[in-house]
Ligand binder design. Structure first.
Ligand code: UD1
Length: 374
């Protein structure tokens, strides 16, 4: 059955792919997006990739009137509008809390106080809610460690240690039940979005689902944005014949998920009633080190002569390992389809046609200037 769907942040990386999939399924889609210059450039043009069949409203989630108008007549909201730079959030605190936390508060303020026809909301949350991932100590059992201490990192001892017996910990898949421990302003704002939505959804009987995305990559990830993910940074760098610069020792790991699998999870969350009022991890369940990821990119871009550059420095606030336990979302019928090896071919096919800019230098400058790389 088709319905009218609002996608906030629908001109962005993930939102625009979701819009395509919804339209393909026969839904009528309205995009609400402020075309943030950090993502869309200072001209704030509507991106060429935007689906022509979607209705587009330029507006900001911090503006109650604009958002109220956008919600009118819709039955489902995918709330993806957010600012997303973890490092940047540590010095643009107000901007992050306003766009992410206040923006979500305004959305719920409208739903609580105005007439509307919304029947379901799906929120884009993040693995950053967890802070460090879940670990196991051979002696002490399951451990939810804090971030590594600065003294440890200064000694270039990268692996996590058991807070009880100091043995090196083994990373295990992170479950939704892991206590949350956000370690950046961005992560706090994502936790706010999730908690506000689940609590208010229950209070007003509006089925709500929060999806905790792991490390998403794919086409349309803003290469002009220095705070974009590591896969996009490395691809742009390799295509400029520059070696990928790897922090720590490269053995830190993440769960890299292709944007098409994130879209599939969003659609399941909308369609399945069992998902209502629940939180789900959205990852592949597979763990890849940053070094392996860089080497796969070098291979697929036929640049095996370039070597990775391992700098033994660390980024303030970085976690060591986090990958998803996807048992819960699998019970809805989710199955990640795109392996990293396949996904990089999609990513690099797209990156090749982007203007040859190297976003790493911009990212590095920002972080070094603020003393966030040591
Ligand atoms: C963070 C957030 C995540 C968010 C993502 C993109 C946390 C725990 N996670 O993920 O929610 O979606 O940012 O905004 O806050 N690296 C290099 N060289 C580079 C760039 C990065 O080695 O040039 C390393 C980093 O040090 C890190 C890993 O790659 O160890 C992943 O970094 P990144 O892609 O920024 O994502 P996260 O920090 O995992």
């Amino acid at each position: 059955m088709s319905c009218k769907i609002l996608v906030t942040g629908g001109a962005g990386f993930i939102g625009s792919h979701l819009v395509d999939a919804l339209i393909e399924r026969g839904h009528r889609v309205r995009i609400f997006d402020n075309l943030d210059p950090q993502v869309h450039g200072k001209e704030q043009n509507i991106p060429d990739y935007l689906n022509k069949e979607a209705e587009f409203i330029k507006g900001d989630v911090r503006n109650r009137i604009e958002l109220l108008n956008a919600i009118k007549g819709c039955e489902v909201i995918f709330h993806l509008a957010s600012v997303v730079g973890v490092g940047q959030s540590m010095y643009e605190i107000r901007r992050y809390m306003e766009a992410n936390t206040l923006g979500t508060a305004i959305l719920w303020d409208i739903l609580a106080n105005e007439k509307h026809s919304i029947k379901k909301i799906i929120i884009a949350s993040s693995m950053s809610n967890y802070g460090e991932g879940e670990y196991k100590c051979v002696k002490c059992g399951d451990i939810y460690p804090e971030l590594r201490k600065k003294e440890q990192l200064k000694r270039r001892r990268w692996e996590m240690q058991c807070p009880k017996c100091s043995k090196t910990l083994e990373a295990i898949p992170t479950k939704e039940s892991k206590p949350l421990n956000p370690t950046s302003v961005y992560a706090i704002s994502k936790k706010d979005q999730e908690e506000l939505s689940l609590i208010l959804g229950l209070a007003y009987n509006i089925p709500t689902v929060a999806l905790r995305y792991f490390n998403v990559y794919g086409s349309r990830q803003a290469l002009s944005n220095p705070y974009t993910g590591v896969a996009a940074i490395f691809s742009s760098r390799i295509l400029n014949n520059q070696p990928p610069v790897i922090f720590e020792d490269g053995l830190q790991s993440r769960d890299f998920i292709h944007v098409s699998d994130i879209v599939a999870a969003n659609i399941l969350a909308m369609e399945k009633e069992e998902a209502n009022y629940q939180v789900f991890n959205v990852g592949t369940g597979r763990r890849l080190t940053v070094l392996d990821m860089a080497n796969i990119l070098l291979k697929y871009l036929n640049k095996s002569d370039l070597r990775t550059e391992i700098v033994s420095k660390f980024r303030e606030g970085d976690i060591r390992h986090c990958y998803a336990d996807i048992t819960k979302i699998k019970s809805l019928g989710f199955k990640p389809k795109v392996t990293f090896e396949k996904g990089v071919t999609y990513l690099t096919e797209w990156v090749k046609f982007q203007s040859a800019l190297d976003i790493f230098d911009k990212a590095k400058d920002e972080l070094y200037k603020k003393g966030l790389v040591k």
